[in-house]
Design a binder for this molecule. Structure first.
Ligand code: PGA
Length: 254
């Protein structure tokens, strides 16, 4: 953690929790709220059907609502899609873009992420842009090249990056595997990402962008990850599904 940047912990629920299950989580999580540090920004990204309900409970508690995805177009005849304006109207302030599950399962590529980030930015929602290499790419020594290619999705933004941009370094081999990156490995990648941001937008802008680590973060490894100066918080999947466990991760970020 770096004292100049406010820590951020984001729960990525993925395709888990019906609205009813989300409400049960919130009952428990909000009861733990008194013990949570005010110095940490906390966000939850539920699936779309639970978005409004979760947002209604989070806002008065001072927590943020995040979306797991957004469509590339602003509005119109796109059956099944959800626009940035709709998310904004539901109270969303952060939007995940580029998650490896969408890269892999849905074939989305950098050009899609550029447009999604632009839609979010235009609606006043901060993108949380996810990047990270596969195990094969790491083993082949390609990590930095992969990060460079993925970060080029920000080239669409000429002068400044989207307001409130967050980057999440999520090595694919660490997601849902129980095998988190070591603090050292994560910090090295974060340094590379910040250097890419600095080359694109300048040191001052790069210095305020929060870079989260994601991939098998739990209450057992969060504190040692957060000890790294370059790790500004976490994007938490599996461990965010249990209120007490997620609260422990948030506490570790203080
Ligand atoms: P995980 O998922 O914490 O379950 O590894 C993280 C993510 O995919 O954002």
């Amino acid at each position: 953690m770096n004292s100049g940047r406010v820590p951020l912990v984001v729960a990525n629920w993925k395709m888990n929790k019906t609205p009813r299950e989300a409400a049960a989580f919130l009952d428990e999580f909000l009861a733990l709220r008194a013990g949570l540090p005010e110095s940490v920004h906390v966000a939850i990204a539920p699936a779309f059907p639970a978005l409004e309900l979760v947002g209604r409970h989070l806002a008065p508690a001072g927590f943020l609502l995040a979306a797991q995805d957004v469509y590339t177009e602003a509005k119109g005849a796109f059956t099944g899609e959800v626009s940035a304006a709709m998310l904004k109207d539901c109270g969303v302030s952060l939007g995940l873009v580029g998650h490896s599950e969408r890269r892999r399962e849905r074939g989305e590529v950098e050009a899609d992420f550029s447009r999604k980030m632009k839609r979010l930015a235009d609606a006043g929602i901060s993108p949380v842009y996810c990047v990270g290499e596969t195990l094969e790419e790491r083993d082949a020594g390609e990590t930095e090249g992969v990060l460079k290619r993925q970060m080029a999705a920000l080239d669409l933004f000429e002068a400044d990056p989207p307001a409130g941009l967050v980057v999440a370094y999520e090595p694919v081999w660490a997601i849902g595997t129980g095998r988190a990156a070591t603090p050292r490995t994560a910090a090295d990648a974060h340094v590379a990402i910040r250097a890419l941001l600095a080359a694109r937008f300048g040191d001052a802008v790069a210095g305020v962008v929060r870079i989260l680590y994601g991939g098998s973060v739990t209450s057992a490894n969060a504190a040692e990850l957060f000890r790294e100066d370059e790790i500004d918080g976490a994007l938490v999947g599996g461990a965010s599904l249990q209120p007490a466990e997620f609260a422990d991760v948030v506490r570790a970020a203080a």
